[in-house]
Structures are given as C-alpha cells and as structure tokens.
Design a protein around this ligand. Structure first.
Ligand SMILES: CC(C)c1onc(-c2c(Cl)cccc2Cl)c1COc1ccc(-c2ccc3c(C(=O)O)csc3c2)cc1
Length: 229
C-alpha cells in the first residue's frame, strides 16, 4: 500500500498540476465569436503557447527535475510538450468545462487547417482518454511520467531520468489499484495511452509541416520547442 513518501510525492505533483493552468483570460478567448480557419489557428496558437509555459512551470516543480543535466532538461521538455498538451487538452474535453469550452475547443481544432487524416486519430485518442475517467492524481502523475520519459531524442543521462520516472510509475500503479479496484488492468490501460501518444507526436510533426506549407506562423516559444522556422 502507499507509503508516506509516495503520499508526499503525489501531493507535490497534484499541487503543481493544479497551480499551473492556462490563465482564465486566455482560456476565455475560446469563446470569441469568430470561427474562421485563420481565427481558430491564431487562437489555438495562443492556447498552445500559454500551455507550453504552464508545462514548463509544472515540470520545474517535479522533484529532482532541476537537478538533471540542463541540456537533458531541455530535451525532455521538447520531447514531451506535444504529449503533455494532448493530455491536458483531453482533460478539457472530459471535464464539463464551465460555459461549454469543450465543445468550442473541439470545433476550433476541427476547423484549424488540420487535415482529416490527423483529426481522426486525434479525436480517437481524446475519446479513449475521456473513457478512462481519470482522477486528478492520475492525470497529474501521468503527465509527470510522460515528461520524464528517458528515451526522448538527445537525452544523454537516461538513468538519471529513469530514477525520477520510476517512483512516479510505482505510485501511479498503487493509485490506480486504489481508485479503480474493479478494474485490475486500469494501470496497464493508462500506460497504453502513452504508447498511443507517441503516434500522435509523429502525426503532429506532419501537422506542423502542412501548416507551414500554408505559410502559418507560430510564436517564438513554439518555434523553439518544436524546432520550426
Ligand atoms: C499551434 C497550435 C495551432 C497547435 O498546434 N498543435 C496543437 C495541438 C493540438 Cl491541435 C491538439 C493537441 C496538442 C497540440 Cl500541441 C495546437 C493547439 O494546442 C493546444 C494546446 C492546449 C490547449 C488548451 C489546454 C488547456 C486549456 C484549458 C484549461 O486547462 O483549463 C482551457 S482551454 C485550454 C486549451 C488547446 C490547444
């Protein structure tokens, strides 16, 4: 069962996850009434830029992260940002957002210049995450586990990252058993979502290319984290 240290670790991660969120005034922009492809792309770019800042702050609160090699810290953030944003935007769809953000976010994503071949797997993923009815602890721990994935490109000290990721996996497994006693495979299903996230990262790289082909501009922060422009 869950040790004192594991309870403390979960508390730190959940508090960081709750503390760092997109500012309400940015989220509210989703409710604007222009729905052109251009307008949607600009809004989603603003959301993504704000969400990256949120992910960076959340990551800095993960115990031990700031003690990693600095280049590895950057490699982990660059390698996981898209996956962390899929997880976060999935929660927007699953929780009944006040004044129906979720329907609006979906509509803007569907009409932002993303081709159908990417929209289908993207929304299949969203459906599968929503169907898991993840608790806040599970969302926060799964996001930290995704960020602390040792085999991201250019990570030098894999072991140092594994040492941070393993305790998170141990406590997530126990949290899943406690919160979904009737579903012994729940933890395995959560980890299965991480595999599906990897394929979405691949699709996402192609989405970026097709946006750029149509001369779409990104913000400096997104260009840096996604190595574009
Ligand atoms: C550059 C841009 C066009 C882009 O490129 N790929 C993706 C992209 C897409 Cl289209 C899907 C998945 C991942 C990415 Cl990076 C995106 C848009 O990324 C988003 C990132 C994050 C949110 C997001 C998060 C939280 C919340 C909350 C909340 O927490 O209360 C309220 S509103 C909201 C909105 C939306 C969109």
């Amino acid at each position: 069962e869950i040790t004192k240290e594991q309870k403390a670790l979960t508390k730190v991660i959940v508090e960081a996850y709750n503390r760092h969120q997109i500012p309400q005034d940015v989220a509210k922009k989703l409710l604007q009434d222009q729905y052109s492809v251009e307008e949607n792309f600009l809004l989603l770019t603003e959301m993504a830029t704000s969400q990256v800042q949120v992910i960076v702050e959340f990551t800095k609160s993960i115990p031990g992260f700031l003690s990693l090699d600095h280049e590895d810290q950057i490699a982990l953030l660059k390698g996981s940002a898209v996956e962390a944003m899929f997880l976060r935007s999935a929660q927007v769809f699953s929780k009944k957002m006040p004044n129906g953000h979720n329907g609006i976010l979906e509509e803007r994503i569907r009409k932002s210049g993303i081709s159908e071949e990417f929209i289908t797997p993207m929304f299949n993923f969203y459906k599968s995450i929503i169907g898991l009815h993840m608790s806040l602890e599970e969302q926060a721990l799964l996001t930290a586990i995704t960020i602390l994935t040792p085999d991201r490109p250019y990570v030098k000290d894999h072991q140092a990252v594994e040492k941070l990721q393993e305790p998170m996996l141990d406590v997530l497994r126990k949290v899943c058993v406690l919160q979904h006693p009737q579903e012994p495979q729940y933890f395995a299903r959560l980890l299965g979502r991480l595999t599906e996230l990897r394929t979405l990262t691949h699709y996402h790289a192609e989405m970026l290319t097709s946006w750029r082909m149509n001369d779409h501009k990104f913000t400096p922060l997104l260009c840096e984290i996604w190595d574009v422009q």
